[in-house]
Structure formats: C-alpha cells, structure tokens
Write a protein that binds this ligand. Structure first.
Ligand code: DGP
Length: 113
C-alpha cells in the first residue's frame, strides 16, 4: 500500500527500531511507548483492520501471537506478565490502518477501559 506507514517500515523506506523479522512479520519498538517494553508485531502483508482478516489468515494471526510470546520471553517479561492488544477502527483506538499486535509489559498495567 503506497501511503501506509507500516508498509514503509516493512520496505525500509521509514526507519524503525526493528527487533525481529521473519518471512511473515516484522516487530519493532513503538515510537510512543506506553510501557518499558512496547513492541508492535506487524505482518508484511498489508491488512487494514482486524475486520479484513479471513479464515486464510489463521496461521498468520497465530504466528503474530507466538512471535509476541517469544519477544516477551527475550525481554524477560514472560513471568511478570504482559498484555497483547489489537485495536480496530476508530472507537477501538486504531490510528495506523495496517494491523498490528501491541506487546506491552515491564510495569504494572492498569485495567482496560
Ligand atoms: P494503534 O493506535 O493501535 O493504531 O497503534 C499505532 C501505534 O503505532 C501507536 O502506538 C504509535 C505507533 N507508531 C505510529 N507511527 C509510528 C512510527 O512511525 N514508528 C513507530 N515505530 N511506531 C509508530
């Protein structure tokens, strides 16, 4: 997608603090971290919102969660705990319309609301 910020990070047209990449996803630190560990796990393929996922994406979405778990382990927050979030559309708080899984941890997180 031509004007998609995260597609530009995937293609290295925009820099990011990339901590993991494989054949399906890239993971980089959020530019506006809400916790000591705040990483975004992003598929290479442009998918605008969670509403656009189909049955064919089950493996990809599972891979995103497993990747987040590996990064949590590497970050030393697997035992203390962490939160995984995918925001969808305006009222869900989505601001970048290329799906991404937030990994947040390294502090006591408050209740959702
Ligand atoms: P969301 O609100 O769920 O769409 O989250 C988008 C996140 O993306 C938000 O936490 C800030 C982050 N973000 C926005 N622009 C950039 C950027 O250029 N680089 C990085 N690393 N993160 C970005």
């Amino acid at each position: 997608m031509e004007n998609c910020l995260f597609c530009k990070i995937v293609s290295r047209d925009i820099p990011a603090d990339i901590i993991h990449e494989d054949d399906q996803v890239i993971a980089f630190r959020d530019v506006n971290p809400q916790a000591p560990v705040h990483v975004l796990i992003v598929p290479h393929r442009h998918i605008s919102t969670v509403n656009d996922l189909t049955d064919k994406d089950q493996s990809l979405t599972g891979h995103m969660i497993l990747t987040a778990g590996q990064i949590a382990l590497q970050s030393g927050i697997d035992d203390s705990g962490y939160r995984l979030i995918m925001n969808c559309n305006q009222e869900g708080g989505q601001t970048v319309f290329h799906i991404h899984l937030h990994l947040l941890g390294g502090r006591q997180l408050t209740h959702l609301g």
